[in-house]
Design a protein around this ligand. Structure first.
Ligand SMILES: Cc1cc2nc3c(=O)[nH]c(=O)nc-3n(C[C@H](O)[C@H](O)[C@H](O)COP(=O)(O)OP(=O)(O)OC[C@H]3O[C@@H](n4cnc5c(N)ncnc54)[C@H](O)[C@@H]3O)c2cc1C
Length: 405
C-alpha cells in the first residue's frame, strides 16, 4: 500500500510540533500533524503565564505566544497541520482511523508518531468526598475558562495539590485578581522543591501539608472545604476548589491501537528511540510520562523524529532489547526497553522522597550505570546509560534503589 504521507503525527502539542519541524528540516516533505482541537499548540495554548520557550527559542514566552511560535515554525517549514481531526486508532501498517468534521476517514503513513500528551484525572478519580457544587475544577479547566473564554470562575478558591502544576494554578489566579485561600496537600510534604513553595508563601497563601480532605460543602456553589490538619478539623471558607496535578497519559489512542502499555506509567511502552510495540509507531512527550516541561517534551519529539528518519531508510523492525525492571521505591522508568549499541537516558520517578544510589545492572548482577539520588516524588530523575554490548542484554536489566535514609 502506498503511504499518503511520510509521517503522521498524532497531537499538535510541543512534542508533536517539535518532531514535525525536525522531520521537515531533515528533508521529509509529507509530514502531517493531526490535532483534535480547532487549533494546534497543546496545553500551552491555555497556560497564559511564562516560562515557556527558553530551550526552543532562547527567550521566555507565555504559553499562548509559545504555542503560536511552534505552529508558525512548523507551517513555515511545510508541515501540514490538520485541525478538528481526532485520531481514533492506528492499525498495523501505519493506517490511521480519523474522525473529522467531514466524517470518518483513513490516512496511511510510512511512520506514525503518537504525541497525545496527558490529562488531569477527574475529581471522582481523586475520591474527594462531599457534594458536587459549582466551582470545583482542575487546573486545565480553570486555565481554559480564563484564557480561552475570558471568564473568572471564582475569587477565593482553595488549591488542592502542591506540585509544579499547582503553582501554575496559583500564578494563573494571581494574574487575574483571584486570591487563593490556601494550598492543601494530602501528602506529608510539598510535591515540589521547597524553594518553589516560597512563591506561595511570598503571595501570602498558606500551604497545609498532610491534610485529609473530609468534604466539600455548599450548594449550588462551593462554600467551604472541610479537612483535618494536624489532628484538628478545619473549615476553609472558599468559593471554588482547584484540584491539580494528578496526571495520567492520554493513552486512549494507544489502547485502541493495542500498543503494549506500561502498567506503571499507563502510557505506551517504548525503547530508547521511542519505538512502541508496533514497529511503525513511535511515541514522544507527556503521553509517556506525566508531567515534564514543554521544553523536555519538545526535545523528546525531536529525538523521536531523528529516530524515525533513520528508521525510514530500512524495513520497520520490531523493537528489540532488554526490559528495564524497576525495583522497590521506584515508581516508573521510561524507556522501558534498552537495545545494544546506543547510549540512552532513563527518566525515572521515585515513590516518595528518597536519598540513596540508583543502580542499573544486568542479569548477572554487573553494574552498567549508577548515580547518587536525592529526590522528592514528582522530581524527574535521569540516569545516563552508556552504549551497551549485546552480552549485557541477554536477560532483564534491573534498576534498583539503595536507600541511605
Ligand atoms: C497547568 C499546566 C501548566 C504548565 N506550565 C508549564 C510552564 O510554565 N512551563 C513549561 O515548560 N511547561 C509547563 N507545563 C507542561 C507543558 O505544558 C507540557 O509539558 C507540554 O504541553 C507537553 O507537551 P505534549 O506535546 O506532550 O502534550 P500536550 O501539550 O498535551 O499536547 C498534546 C496534543 O495532542 C492532542 N491530542 C490528544 N489526543 C488526540 C487525538 N486522539 N487525536 C488528535 N489529537 C489529539 C491534544 O489536543 C493536544 O493538542 C504545564 C502543564 C500544565 C498542565
Amino acid at each position: 500500500m502506498t503511504a499518503a504521507c511520510d509521517v503522521a503525527i498524532v497531537g499538535g502539542g510541543p512534542a508533536g510540533l517539535g518532531a514535525a519541524l525536525q522531520l521537515s528540516r531533515l528533508g521529509l516533505r509529507r509530514v502531517v500533524v493531526l490535532e483534535r482541537f480547532g487549533e494546534a499548540g497543546g496545553i500551552p495554548r491555555h497556560c497564559g503565564h511564562p516560562p515557556y520557550g527558553m530551550r526552543e527559542f532562547g527567550r521566555v514566552l507565555s504559553g499562548p505566544a509559545y504555542a503560536r511560535r511552534l505552529v508558525l515554525a512548523a507551517e513555515e517549514a511545510g508541515v501540514e497541520i490538520r485541525t478538528d481531526t481526532t485520531v481514533t486508532a492506528i492499525r498495523p501498517g501505519g493506517v490511521l482511523e480519523l474522525a473529522t468534521t467531514d466524517g470518518a476517514q483513513t490516512l496511511t503513513a510510512g511512520r506514525v508518531l503518537l504525541a497525545t500528551g496527558n490529562r488531569e484525572r477527574t475529581r471522582a478519580q481523586l475520591l474527594a468526598p462531599g457534594l458536587r457544587p459549582v466551582g470545583v475544577m482542575n487546573t486545565g479547566a480553570l486555565q481554559s475558562l480564563i484564557y480561552l473564554e475570558g471568564k473568572r470562575p471564582f475569587l477565593r478558591p482553595v488549591i488542592v495539590g502542591s506540585e509544579i502544576v499547582a503553582l501554575s494554578a496559583l500564578l494563573t489566579c494571581r494574574r487575574h485578581g483571584i486570591r487563593p485561600v490556601a494550598m492543601v496537600e494530602t501528602r506529608d510534604r510539598p510535591q515540589t522543591r521547597r524553594i518553589d513553595m516560597l512563591l506561595a508563601r511570598l503571595m501570602g497563601v498558606p500551604v497545609l501539608t498532610g491534610a485529609e480532605l473530609l468534604s466539600i460543602e455548599g450548594a449550588p456553589r462551593v462554600e467551604a472545604l472541610r479537612l483535618r490538619h494536624k489532628g484538628e478539623e478545619r473549615r476553609l471558607d472558599c468559593d471554588g476548589i482547584v484540584f491539580s496535578g494528578r496526571f495520567t497519559p492520554e493513552a486512549t489512542v494507544a489502547r485502541q491501537s493495542e500498543l503494549a502499555l506500561d502498567p506503571r506509567t499507563l502510557g505506551p511502552e517504548v525503547d530508547a528511540d521511542g519505538r512502541s510495540s508496533d514497529p511503525q509507531v513511535f511515541v514522544a512527550g507527556n503521553v509517556l510520562h506525566p508531567v515534564e516541561t514543554a521544553g523536555h517534551c519538545w526535545a523528546e519529539g525531536r529525538r523521536a523524529a531523528q529516530a524515525i528518519f533513520r528508521d525510514m531508510r530500512k524495513t520497520p523492525e520490531r523493537a528489540a532489547g532488554a526490559r528495564v525492571v524497576p525495583g522497590e521505591g521506584l515508581r516508573y522508568v521510561v524507556p522501558q526497553r534498552l537495545a545494544a549499541g546506543a547510549a540512552a537516558v532513563l527518566n525515572i520517578r521515585t515513590e516518595g522522597a528518597v536519598r540513596g544510589r540508583l543502580v542499573l545492572s544486568d542479569a548477572s548482577g554487573r553494574e552498567l550505570a549508577a548515580r547518587a539520588v536525592r529526590s522528592y516524588p514528582e522530581q524527574p530523575v535521569r540516569l545516563s546509560v552508556p552504549a551497551l554490548e549485546p552480552a549485557a542484554l541477554t536477560g532483564d536489566l534491573t534498576l534498583r534503589l539503595d536507600r541511605k535514609d
